[in-house]
Design a protein around this ligand. Structure first.
Ligand code: PLP
Length: 408
């Protein structure tokens, strides 16, 4: 377990004690854990990791907020990262990498954040955990709550993939389907949490999900021999994975394990819900509520990300960009990964592939660059979307995807 000096508000820098439960700062900012890297450097180095046989994200225990022995874990993280040989983008051989987080417990990268969040919530005395979720975070909270012996209260849009609903039920969570978007779910949790005694673990509303997510960045660096790619394409909804990776790279620099080079961080969004792309293009520091958000990539249907300021800052500081792709392009991306690499990705992962195609075409990315595609989840959670695509293809219809998840 790392020595956390304090938690700090990401907007006003006010500090908080890590020894008690916290949600947002009074200014509305999210809290982030700050470690004592001088102390950590004395007792931990890259060589320790080379001989560490632990094959999950808790191998990074010295920069995580709890001891690995007290972790609520289902062996999340340390997912495969491999060279994509056959995607056909004509990149220099060996220059395209895929990190496959569909191989996590509950089949998505959300497992990482929920492992740390549930560990800390339990340790600090919470018994009932609530979340507003687009789907996969709900499944992960339900699973980790079950493993921790805690109660999970889930609020999801009523048109989430059936897989997310069913896994939550199977894990014994209390599930409410809401006629609205994740933002409406968030309002319900905020209104009821005090009365019900719930601790809110929704995206960036507590400080520790981001700590699990940052292990994505630690793993990319370690699995590439402590180097970083030139660009990372990340399917961006709330943006926590992107913020987490950016935090990891700053921490790795403080540890002295990487040089000054940072990847261009690329946020890929859906055409039907692109608040980050919109703010990036307007050169604004935060996003505006995206109207009538719709996309079949349910994880990307976040009309106004709470962490927009942090996502936009990371994208800009890194020299990256934000780009939107259509649902059809995403599904083509999934198919490309499936047929050429044997990975059945979530539509969100397909979005990263589609983003790569666009950015190579418009010259933002070069064919001799070292590029990493982040697949955040498994296609098996999205059976309605794939059934619709293949039914249409069987019936000889043109594959026009208007969004299984439609505008309200
Ligand atoms: C599979 C998948 N990919 C990407 C995202 C977006 O994640 P983030 O909030 O970190 O941007 C989600 C969110 O639910 C998701 O489920």
């Amino acid at each position: 377990m790392g020595t956390i000096k304090h938690l700090a508000c990401g907007l006003c820098e006010r500090t908080f004690s890590p020894g008690q439960l916290h949600n947002l700062c009074s200014c509305g900012g999210s809290l982030f854990a700050r470690y004592d890297f001088a102390a950590i450097r004395q007792t931990w180095n890259k060589g320790d990791l080379a001989t560490d046989r632990r094959c999950d994200m808790w191998r990074y225990g010295p920069v995580l907020p709890a001891d690995s022995q007290e972790a609520v874990t289902l062996t999340e993280g340390w997912t495969p990262q491999f060279t994509a040989w056959a995607l056909g983008f004509e990149l220099k051989a060996g220059n395209l990498w895929i990190k496959d987080d569909g191989r996590n417990p509950t089949d998505s990268f959300k497992a990482r954040g929920m492992s740390t969040a549930v560990t800390l919530a339990k340790k600090l005395g919470a018994r009932k955990l609530a979340v507003a979720s687009a789907g996969n975070a709900a499944g992960a909270l339900a699973a980790y709550s079950a493993a921790a012996g805690l109660q999970a209260y889930i609020f999801m849009p009523k048109d989430v993939p059936q897989g997310n609903f069913l896994e939550c039920k199977a894990f014994g969570a209390h599930v409410t389907l809401v006629d609205g978007l994740i933002s409406d779910c968030g309002k319900i949790v905020a209104e009821r949490k005090e009365r019900e005694g719930w601790f809110d673990v929704s995206t960036l509303k507590e400080p520790y999900r981001i700590e699990g997510k940052k292990t994505m960045g630690y793993e990319i660096a370690e699995q590439l021999g402590w180097t970083l790619p030139d660009a990372i394409l990340y399917p961006c909804g709330g943006g926590v994975g992107l913020i987490g990776m950016w935090k990891a790279f700053a921490e790795l620099a403080e540890l002295g394990w990487i040089g000054s080079k940072r990847p261009k961080m690329i946020a890929v969004q859906a055409e039907g819900c692109q608040p980050i792309v919109d703010a990036f293009q307007r050169e604004e520091p935060s996003s505006r509520m995206w109207p009538d958000a719709h996309t079949l990539a349910s994880g990307l249907r976040v009309p106004k990300p709470l962490g927009d300021v942090h996502v936009l800052r990371a994208v800009r500081e890194s020299g990256g960009t934000a780009i939107a792709v259509s649902d059809g392009e995403m599904m083509d991306g999934v198919e490309l990964l499936g047929r050429n690499e044997g990975i059945f990705a979530a539509p969100e992962g397909g979005a990263a592939v589609a983003g790569l195609r666009r950015l190579l075409e418009n010259g933002f990315l070069k064919r001799d660059e070292h590029i990493l595609l982040y697949n955040t989840g498994s296609g098996l959670k999205y059976l309605e979307a794939f059934s619709a695509r293949y039914r249409r293809q069987r019936e000889g219809e043109q594959d026009k995807l208007g969004g299984l998840i439609t505008p309200r």
